[in-house]
Ligand binder design. Structure first.
Ligand SMILES: [Zn+2]
Length: 106
């Protein structure tokens, strides 16, 4: 079961480990077959360091809005990737204010 072994490896590999190794994270929605590559250091600017098997559950597909078909693959960039591979770079982190309500007596 290669997929199960791969997921076990991801549970022992963190965002920091991937960043230190110079790896990219390819996140694919297996429902609509959309893939985006991210630099781990970009994700560490707004996420705590976590194992990669947990990280994949934080993603939602921007195309079909599903989150249960997301799959993460670690990618080692090689010479052919430079100048060709499209990656998603973090431009800004936007903070959203959400009202929090509670029921109280008058
Ligand atoms: Zn999708």
């Amino acid at each position: 079961m290669p997929e199960m072994n791969y997921m076990r490896k991801l549970s022992r590999w963190t965002l920091t480990d991937a960043a230190d190794a110079g790896q990219l994270l390819a996140i694919t929605c297996q429902y609509c077959n959309t893939t985006h590559c991210y630099k781990p250091r970009d994700l560490l600017q707004f996420r705590d360091n976590m194992s990669l098997d947990r990280l994949v559950s934080k993603f939602r597909c921007e195309r079909c809005n599903r989150r249960d078909y997301m799959h993460l693959r670690v990618h080692h960039p090689n010479g052919a990737d430079f100048g060709k591979l499209v990656i998603r770079r973090l431009v800004n982190v936007k903070t959203v204010e959400v009202p929090v309500w509670e029921d109280a007596t008058l």
